[in-house]
Ligand binder design. Structure first.
Ligand SMILES: [Zn+2]
Length: 192
């Protein structure tokens, strides 16, 4: 579910920014309309042609979506799952936009072909976002791991009488000495 959540956030932001970029202040500018229109454009033939002819215009959007989705992805194959979700969410937005502009599509004979093509396009195109999903997921993992101390692998408490415990007892069960303070006992904490 974390992959889906990240991909959903990425798709909404990406589609919104795309529509701001492509449509500007033309037509309706409410958030939902922009998101649907942007998602439709990203996966449309016109959008794909624009990507190829002018990659610098649209590549940043895909890379930004990859960064957003990558924040919650785990490194490795899990990142691919995020990119697939991103493709699926964008496809769902595009299909919703298509159906709103042309409700008769649902009953037309081309419905299944259209659904298939939009999803195939969405899944394929969203693989571009892997370029930033992969490094982002690794960077987040390194940063979060660096901030936390790993739990000790083992704890050994040695009493002056020679007894050794694999815990931190308050009183030595061999001699009855109190082991509560550092002076009385020698605690060894081993890290991996
Ligand atoms: Zn003892």
């Amino acid at each position: 579910m974390r992959n889906f959540g990240g991909a959903l956030a990425a798709a909404l932001v990406g589609a919104y920014l795309t529509d701001v970029w492509v449509s500007g202040i033309r037509g309706s500018t409410d958030v939902l309309t922009r998101i649907l229109r942007g998602g439709e454009y990203l996966l449309s033939v016109q959008g794909v042609v624009d990507h190829v002819l002018n990659p610098l215009t649209h590549l940043p959007t895909w890379l930004l979506m990859g960064v957003i989705a990558g924040v919650v992805a785990k490194r490795g194959w899990n990142s691919v799952r995020s990119s697939l979700w991103l493709g699926a969410v964008l496809s769902a937005l595009a299909i919703a936009a298509l159906l709103i502009s042309n409700p008769s599509l649902w009953d037309s004979p081309e419905r299944n072909t259209t659904l298939f093509l939009v999803f195939a396009q969405g899944i394929l195109l969203s693989q571009v976002s892997l370029v930033t999903i992969l490094p982002t997921s690794i960077a987040v993992e390194v940063l979060t791991r660096g901030g936390t101390v790993p739990p000790p692998e083992s704890i050994l408490t040695r009493c002056e009488c020679g007894a050794v415990f694999k815990s931190r007892p308050l009183i030595c069960s061999e001699c009855g000495r109190e082991l509560g303070t550092e002076d009385d006992c020698d605690t060894i904490t081993a890290h991996a």
